[in-house]
Write a protein that binds this ligand. Structure first.
Ligand code: FES
Length: 116
């Protein structure tokens, strides 16, 4: 359904914006994979919360809209993420809701793969 489409923009470290469509229930990682977005190394662990390469930075207002808080596993991974901020989350743990249509997230300049 058209109305279930959620628009997401990833702002890259070099200033490029990558726009993509997701749907309600997709994670940000799904959006990156399904749209074949060119984000280097993103989602290396395929959403198993062991890498932190899917780290994104949200605007405070969007961060506050997320339905769930980071779980312990996510928090542990975020602690290892490069360029951690107060509004950082792991993209594989962000599930799109209708409220999040138009979401803009920043992709940090570096990634850290906790598995290496
Ligand atoms: Fe590895 Fe999200 S894809 S923690």
């Amino acid at each position: 359904l058209q109305e279930d489409k959620i628009k997401v923009t990833f702002v890259m470290p070099d200033g490029r914006s990558l726009e993509a469509d997701g749907k309600v229930g997709d994670t940000l990682l799904d959006v990156v994979v399904n749209n074949d977005l060119d984000i280097d190394g993103y989602g290396a662990c395929e959403g198993t919360v062991t890498c932190s390469t899917c780290h994104v930075v949200l605007k405070q207002e969007d961060y506050d809209k997320l339905p769930d808080d980071a779980c312990d596993e996510e928090r542990d991974m975020l602690d290892l993420a490069y360029g951690l901020t107060d509004t950082s989350r792991l993209g594989c743990q962000i599930t799109l809701t209708k409220d999040l249509d138009g979401l803009v997230v920043k992709v940090p300049a570096g990634t850290y793969d906790a598995r290496s």
